[in-house]
Design a protein around this ligand. Structure first.
Ligand SMILES: Cc1cc2nc3c(=O)[nH]c(=O)nc-3n(C[C@H](O)[C@H](O)[C@H](O)COP(=O)(O)OP(=O)(O)OC[C@H]3O[C@@H](n4cnc5c(N)ncnc54)[C@H](O)[C@@H]3O)c2cc1C
Length: 387
């Protein structure tokens, strides 16, 4: 279906992403999930293919992916492993932040290795007491001459166990600020966070910053840019990643369910011949189609820098992750007891789909932001409707 909306180049990328995911990701994702680890070789291959730096501009050594192509990558990888989309997500957010806001020195030092996947970036915003409420971070950057001392803790940081560079959000002189902290900075401790509900092979970690000294030159952009410009700009890509990953989960849930329905007999006939099961499959495929369209719309709005791009991206993340949850729920139901086995792929889809409703701003936060956009649109007399 999607191809009719894609350029020949985008379709060609999609075929490459899908064959990589089918050969190198999907067959192993359950094993990775149980082991709570992603092999270094897969991360390396994503780097060698150029996909970790896909979003970077060509003049910076990247592939210059437009948001749709980045979305297609997340969709294809997401159909194989939700956890692995976490890497594309956070690494791309760090990379795009440095490309857009980094000083010359920061770009010279970090951008090329990030683009090549030689180093891995992670996005460290959430704290135990402040997730969605990101204005209330307690991490502090205190000035000591030409240095900053970083003090605080971050939690649930995706791919932090193997990351080399952290984009860390906190307060500097009372202003929301983002800084770069390399992993080998003395005083930084990375502790694996295991036993998560989903995204089990996404190498989550807790970061403790205990008197980490970094040069003031590691501030990204300017003090005060942390939330208003840097985090929100990065999250556009993060949410595109999540929305399309949710489409991938729906594809995988539908395919597994249809295969199961075609092979499982109960009471003398196939599940596929039962009206109620066909109804589930019809709902799943309808929601998948709608999710693809809303994700395409959001990616194209972002590419064209349209006025309503933010709202479109928020809607895509909200809708596609909610439908991924519904699809994975039906997939488990269609698989019955087998689907409830932790090692069964649909169980993983179910758990990962739930994560997509929480990360990158919970779905409640998406609704709050969308509602605000809608109110703004209708605030000056006659509605200036875009929808
Ligand atoms: C697998 C995983 C990976 C993650 N990766 C990262 C990462 O790489 N980097 C990072 O910085 N963070 C990461 N996070 C953290 C994630 O972004 C936060 O958990 C998320 O933003 C929600 O914040 P919170 O957990 O503090 O929830 P809270 O803010 O405590 O909210 C709890 C619930 O209440 C709802 N709620 C809160 N306020 C309101 C309100 N005013 N009105 C209505 N409802 C409200 C929320 O929607 C949510 O459902 C990750 C989390 C998970 C689970």
């Amino acid at each position: 279906m999607l191809d009719r909306f894609l350029s020949p180049e985008q379709s060609a990328w999609l075929r490459q992403f899908e064959s990589f995911s089918a050969a190198e990701v999907a067959p192993y994702a359950d094993e990775w999930d149980l082991k709570e680890a992603t092999p270094a070789m897969v991360v390396r291959k994503l780097g060698v293919n150029g996909w970790l730096g896909g979003l970077a501009k060509k003049e910076n050594g990247g592939l210059g992916f437009d948001p749709t192509t980045f979305g297609l990558l997340n969709m294809a990888i997401g159909a194989g492993s939700g956890s692995l989309t976490g890497l594309l997500n956070v690494h791309s957010m760090v990379l795009k932040t440095i490309e857009s806001w980094g000083s010359l020195e920061q770009r010279q030092r970090f951008l090329t290795p990030l683009v090549k996947g030689e180093i891995i970036g992670a996005f460290a915003q959430t704290e135990v007491s402040a997730g969605g409420d990101s204005k209330n971070l307690s991490t502090r950057f205190e000035e000591h001459g030409n240095d900053l001392i970083v003090q605080g803790q971050k939690t649930w940081i995706t791919f932090a166990q193997i990351a080399d560079l952290f984009l860390v959000f906190g307060k500097y002189q009372g202003l929301d600020t983002a800084v770069l902290v390399p992993k080998d900075t003395p005083g930084l401790t990375v502790t694996a966070k295991r036993n998560m509900l989903g995204f089990k092979s996404a190498y989550l970690a807790v970061l403790d910053f205990d008197g980490c000294r970094i040069p003031k030159a590691n501030i990204v952009g300017k003090p005060g840019f942390g939330q208003s410009l840097i985090s929100t700009g990065a999250l556009d890509y993060g949410r595109i990643s999540v929305a399309w990953a949710a489409v991938g989960i729906q594809q995988a849930a539908l395919a597994a369910s249809a295969r199961r329905a075609n092979s499982r007999s109960t009471f003398g006939s196939l599940l596929a011949d039962q009206g109620i099961i066909r109804g589930y499959l019809a709902e799943m495929s309808g929601s998948l189609l709608a999710s693809q369209l809303i994700c395409l719309s959001a990616a194209k709005a972002k590419e064209a820098r349209e006025e309503d791009a933010l709202e479109q991206i928020l809607q895509a993340k909200l809708f596609a992750s909610r439908e991924a949850g519904a699809a994975a729920d039906k997939a488990v139901q269609i698989h019955g007891g087998h689907g409830c086995d932790e090692s069964n792929g649909v169980s993983r889809l179910y758990r990962d789909a739930k994560i997509l409703q929480v990360v990158e701003g919970s779905n409640e936060l998406q609704k709050m932001l969308i509602g605000k956009e809608v109110c703004n649109r209708y605030s000056h007399g006659a509605p200036q409707a875009v929808l």
